[in-house]
Design a protein around this ligand. Structure first.
Ligand SMILES: NC(=O)c1ccc[n+]([C@@H]2O[C@H](COP(=O)([O-])OP(=O)(O)OC[C@H]3O[C@@H](n4cnc5c(N)ncnc54)[C@H](OP(=O)(O)O)[C@@H]3O)[C@@H](O)[C@H]2O)c1
Length: 324
């Protein structure tokens, strides 16, 4: 594994981190979940990304992670960076959703209880909820750090204007925004315009979620939608309508280029994100140890020629390929 400093901080993060959004819930195999976490840690993936609502059912990914940690890796806590988030729908009533102080404060206590951790390394506001003033949400993050419940804070999916406001408020309180988390991949290049430059200008690290576009940028859908894949599963977030013929054709062409580079398509898609030095890490998902291993081998070839980058631009030039 290779590591990058996270923005203007002294914290090193692995170039490839593991996310527990899918495949670690109570509906999934606990054995596979355990095997993936142990394999990841064995291969120096020191960063694990959670949120209160990951499952299904919501909360079960945190519960499983805490159990796996306790049973297998208890003595290694100081070798890990564990993040969680609050901001999406989690419990009934008006306080279980959104970015109010009430939600964040209650949520981190619930997440600490579920995981059995004493603190999170990074705690995020999962989203701007469209209503709560960012001053309120950022003050909650600042207080969470001051209370010792998290070491660092981050923001996720904030639109550019509010993203800058968050950085300013956090900086003034001397709790700088360690990291900014956005969906960024070959099929979602929107963050290139403002989110990535803003993060870099403000000394915040940038971490890409869904770097494989939930599997679209792998060989998973080259020959239809296979049984057990995220698009086929009732609990999967990837809709079958998103697997369009145009995206499958682009993936096929990208796959040919990846083969010429001696890589899998997944590896090339991850390396392409990491080509940008402003990107600290990619948070991959995986449903098996084989997928995880394949993705971690990305590190063996992160280099692109100008011709390869131009060919990728050519394949991606149809705006219809871009996800929202
Ligand atoms: N901040 C936010 O709002 C937010 C939102 C979404 C995600 N995230 C974070 O980002 C993490 C990653 O998101 P993601 O799971 O969507 O990431 P992803 O890496 O884009 O997609 C992962 C899926 O791609 C397929 N896959 C992975 N490696 C493969 C390989 N080598 N060959 C073939 N298929 C492969 C698997 O699908 P199958 O299941 O079909 O095998 C896997 O479940 C999440 O766990 C979470 O931590 C954050």
């Amino acid at each position: 594994m290779e590591f990058n400093y996270c923005g203007h901080s002294g914290l090193l993060l692995p170039k490839i981190s593991l996310g527990l959004w899918h495949n670690f819930g109570s509906v999934d195999s606990y054995e596979t979940a355990t095997a993936m976490i142990l394999r990841a840690f064995e291969r120096d993936v020191t960063h694990f990304d959670l949120a209160n609502n990951y499952g299904p059912e919501p909360g079960s990914a945190e519960r499983n992670f805490g159990k796996i940690l306790k049973e297998n890796l208890a003595s290694h806590r100081d070798e890990m960076i564990i993040s969680s988030k609050a901001g999406h729908d989690m419990w009934p009533g008006p306080y279980g959703d959104g970015s109010s102080r009430k939600n964040l404060m209650a949520s981190i206590d619930q997440s600490l209880k579920r995981t059995g951790l004493e603190y999170f390394d990074i705690f995020y506001s999962h989203r701007y909820d469209g209503v709560t003033p960012v001053e309120e949400t950022m003050q909650a993050l600042i207080d969470i750090v001051r209370q010792g419940k998290a070491l660092y804070v981050g923001i996720s999916k904030y639109p550019p204007l509010l993203q800058q406001k968050c950085y300013d408020i956090l900086k003034e309180a001397h709790v700088p925004c360690l990291i900014s988390q956005y969906s960024y991949n070959m099929f979602n290049r929107a963050p290139e315009a403002e989110n990535i430059p803003l993060a870099a200008q403000n000394g915040s690290g940038f971490i890409s979620f869904s770097p494989l576009a939930q599997g679209l940028l792998t060989n998973r859908y080259l020959n239809g939608i296979p049984e057990g894949s995220r698009a086929a599963r009732a609990t999967g977030f990837l809709q079958t309508e998103t697997v369009t013929p145009a995206r499958v054709e682009a993936a096929r062409q990208l796959n040919e280029l990846a083969q010429q580079r001696g890589q899998s398509l997944a590896q090339m898609a991850l390396a392409w994100i990491l080509r940008d030095e402003r990107v600290t890490s990619v948070i991959i998902g995986a449903s098996s140890v084989q997928q995880l291993d394949n993705n971690l081998d990305t590190i063996n070839n992160l280099y692109f020629t100008d011709q390869e980058l131009a060919r990728i631009e050519e394949i991606l030039k149809d705006p219809e390929l871009q996800l929202k």
